[in-house]
Every structure is written in C-alpha cells, then in structure tokens.
Design a protein around this ligand. Structure first.
Ligand code: TYM
Length: 384
C-alpha cells in the first residue's frame, strides 16, 4: 500500500501536499456528495442549532445524509458510529470528529458506537498487544473526556469484542475480493493478508444494531475523508447481506501545523497533542504554525492577513464557543489591525484552556470507564 499510484488519501497515508483546494475533487473522485446550504440548513434545523464544524465548512461532504434525516423525521431514527485506531497519543485533529459526533449525539439524543481498532494498528503499524492495550485505554479516556452520554455510548474494542465482530466480519469478507481491495486501498502483493481482511471488521458496526435487533436501523458515520474508502466498500456489500447502506458525514483534515496534509502522530512537531503543556503548545504555535499573515508587521497593518489559510485561526474557529468573538477576530486579522503574533498568542492560550478542561474531565471519565464498554445486551437495551 502506498501513495505512489497517485492517490492523495488512503486510510493510512495522506499526501503532504494535500490542501484546501483538493477536498472537493477528492470527494467527487470517491463518489461522495457535497453538503450544500439546503442540506446544512435541514440538519441544523432538525438539530435545533448551528455548529461551527458545519458552517465553517469543515464537515463538507456526505453519503446519503438526507436519508438519515428522513429516518429521523419519520420516527425510525438512526444511530451514530465513529472510531479511533489507537496507534499512539491523540492530537487535536483526531479529536475533531469526536467533538462533532458529541454535538450530533446531544442534538438528536441518539445511540453511538465507538469502535477502537487495535487490530488495525497491530496489522498496519506493527505495534505489539501490550503497547496497544495501554494506548487503547489512554485514547478511550481522551475520547470520553469530551463528555459522551454513558447510557447511549458503546465502546467496542476489536481485540476484546471479537465474538461480536468476527462472525459478522466474515459475512462481509465473503463479498470482497483481492482485486477490489487492491483497487480501493492500493494494497500490494507484499502486504500482509490481515490488511486485506481489516475493512470487513470496520464495516461491522455499520450494521451491528440491525443485526442484533433483527430490523434495519440506519447508521450515520462521522469521519474525516481518509476513512471514506472503507465505507464505500461497506455500502457495496451491506445491501447484499440485507442491510441498509450506511450514511456518512465527512470532514476535511486539520492540517499539520506547518500547513498542508494532515496533522499526524508520526511527527511530534506536526501537531498539538492532548498532553502538550501550555508551554509546549505556545512554543509549537509560535514557532511552527503556518501563518496567513504578511512578511512584516508593516505590510500586515497595510494589507491584512488571510485567516482561511492560517493554522491558528482555523483551529480557533472550531474550539471557540463564542462565534461572535470568532467573527470579530476574523475581521481584525483580515483588516490588519491584529498581527500574526497576537493571533497566535491568543489561540495558544485558548487551546491550552481547552486541553486543561479536557484533562479535568478525563479524571471523571476514568471512574466511569467501564460504564461505556460495549456488550450486546446493553446495546440492545439502549434501543428499547
Ligand atoms: P484514526 O485513529 O486514524 O482517526 C480517528 C478519527 O479522526 C479522523 N482524523 C482526522 N480528522 C481531522 N484532522 C486530522 N488531521 C485527522 N486525522 C484523523 C479520522 O478520519 C477518524 O475519523 N480506522 C479508523 C478507526 C475507525 C473509524 C471508524 C473512524 C474505526 N471505525 C468509523 C471513523 C469512523 C482510524 O484509524 O482512525
């Protein structure tokens, strides 16, 4: 598997040159639709409020989102499914789909499955089980610190919930051949056979509820665009098993600090990690964050900055609850009355404040950890 066959994005690699201008093209190459203003308005109306991830265009594409909303309106309802591959420490980029998912869960009061694909990281990253179990627990606590509804949230860990996943995973696998896997994911003959199988396991939560309840309930999957190839395959296979195609709502990446590509765990200076201290956050933002400002203070005062390509502003607009404040900062920065250093300083402080709040909530999540873990009975019960 590699990017040398002209792919910009696979679930395991993203081109460093990927930029804002590429997303619409990639979504259309993948076959996903764009979220237009009508669809966004419909979603926000049903949710009873707006969300910066939507109105700032971060969640920008979808598959059959309208069908999930139809089911919501008709009373059939839907459930949410998202996930995390526990390869190491989580960064701000990983948190974004979970922040948006939490908003969806709160707005619609729906059940949520969070799949933790430790098997994926065993196969693709050569990590060992001992290391994976520590990272798994740490990542789950990071996710729970966002405050998901314990009654409605089900954390499914691949290596632990094997009996639920395996027998359904092979049902999917029977419909995927090697030619398709190679075409969709770019695998090579030298890749281990587990990689070819893995997408079947990531498909299971998209029909698990329907399988357990014995009636079809639609699944809506929030994720960044790298995961779309998996669900493209799920959408082909699930109807063959008698299930609905899952819907998805798809985001752009939070880029690396230096701009472009995606924030990645393999380079510590490419991102802000959830355990970064305020000093480290400040240093990374001041030193590395790509700026939309001008070369000199004088030029910036005269011509203003471009907030849309500015890393710090792009994070700020998502983590600041007060969107009036965001508009004010946008205006000051683009008009030149705010300089890059001032913006960076403000954003570094805001990020550290958010991280400190999450750390506090992580303590509470530690006590409630077991309540969130998946069991078939608890999942069935939450749909009664
Ligand atoms: P993982 O752990 O690579 O990423 C977790 C989630 O974060 C998204 N993501 C990003 N979003 C914004 N900016 C970034 N820089 C960034 N990097 C990653 C991913 O798209 C993902 O939504 N195989 C999956 C785990 C998984 C999953 C799922 C994800 C299993 N089932 C269903 C989404 C939906 C993985 O390794 O994600």
């Amino acid at each position: 598997m590699s990017l040398n066959d002209n792919r910009d994005v696979t679930p395991w690699e993203v081109s460093e040159s990927l930029g804002e201008g590429d997303y619409v093209r990639i979504a259309s190459e993948f076959g996903a639709g764009l979220i237009d203003s009508d669809l966004r308005n419909r979603l926000e109306k049903l949710a009873g409020g707006t969300n910066p991830f939507l109105n700032q265009g971060v969640f920008f594409a979808h598959r059959d989102l309208n069908l999930a909303l139809d089911d919501l309106e008709s009373g059939k309802g839907f459930y949410l499914y998202t996930g995390r591959g526990p390869s190491g420490k989580m960064h701000l980029g990983h948190l974004l789909p979970f922040m948006f998912t939490r908003w969806l869960q709160k707005s619609f009061d729906v059940n949520l499955i969070i799949q933790i694909t430790d098997d994926e990281k065993f196969l693709f990253r050569d990590l060992e089980w001992k290391q994976l179990s520590q990272v798994t627990r740490d990542n789950i606590l990071d996710i729970l610190s966002l405050g998901f509804d314990a009654r409605r949230t089900h954390i499914l860990i691949d290596s632990i919930n094997g009996s639920t996943l395996y027998r359904r995973g092979v049902e999917v696998a029977r419909h995927i051949n090697v030619t398709l896997s190679k075409a969709v994911f770019g695998f090579q003959d030298s890749d281990n056979v587990g990689k070819f199988f893995f997408t079947s396991i990531q498909s299971v939560p998209a029909f698990l509820v329907s399988s357990l309840l014995g009636r079809n309930i639609r699944c809506l999957i929030p994720h960044a665009i790298d995961q779309d190839p998996h669900f493209k395959v799920s959408r082909d296979v699930l109807p063959k098993l008698g299930y609905l195609k899952p819907s998805s709502i798809i985001s752009k990446f939070l880029p690396s600090l230096k701009g472009g590509g995606k924030m990645s765990s393999s380079d510590p200076n490419s991102g802000i990690f959830l355990d970064d201290t305020p000093q480290v956050v400040r240093k990374k933002i001041m030193k590395y964050a790509f700026s939309g400002g001008r070369d000199t203070a004088e030029e910036q005062r005269k011509y203003g900055a471009n907030p849309d390509i500015d890393f710090s502003f792009n994070v700020y607009k998502l983590i600041e609850d007060d969107q009036v404040k965001v508009s004010k900062i946008r205006e000051e920065y683009s008009s030149g009355s705010m300089l890059s250093g001032e913006l960076k300083s403000l954003v570094a402080e805001k990020i550290s404040q958010v991280l400190a709040e999450l750390r506090e909530k992580r303590e509470i999540a530690t006590e409630k950890y077991d309540e969130y873990l998946f069991s078939e009975d608890r999942l069935i019960e939450s749909f009664r």
